[in-house]
Design a protein around this ligand. Sequence first.
Ligand code: ZN
Length: 163
Amino acid sequence: MVPQRIDDDVVVELQYKLWSDGELIEESEADDPLVYLHGHDNIIPGLERELYGLSIGEEKEIVVSPEDGYGYRDPTNVEEVSLDELPLGFRPEPGMLLEVQDEDGNVYVAQVEDVGENTVTLDFNHPMAGKELRFQVRVTALREPTEEELEHGHVHDSSHHHH
Ligand code: ZN
């Protein structure tokens, strides 16, 4: 059975455009839609909630507040790091995104906020934290998940690594 509407445990394929502060910041490619398993926290809560009940071909504009999106900026989530801790010869510039690994091997993405003589200020907040997001979505396909996908709580497809 092909699901007729978006509900929990349905694999959803959609095209989207995303605006923040009136600026288009993200857009899915025609041949690379967003594909996810609905009802398993794979997308931000404010978006997932508003997609319930949509059918194939339907379009919707969805505004997501920061608390339902990427949260608010946490000013304590900004750290000053010695340039010695960065790879030799690497010169960071403000606005750059860096992958930083902690002692336990966890990888975090940080944005370079400021570069001093001996230190660099890294912002570990999500780049979209604190922003109101406006999505324009169009549902392009719905399907049942495989047993394995349901068990894992996410979609498996050929273009992504299995995890
Ligand atoms: Zn998996």
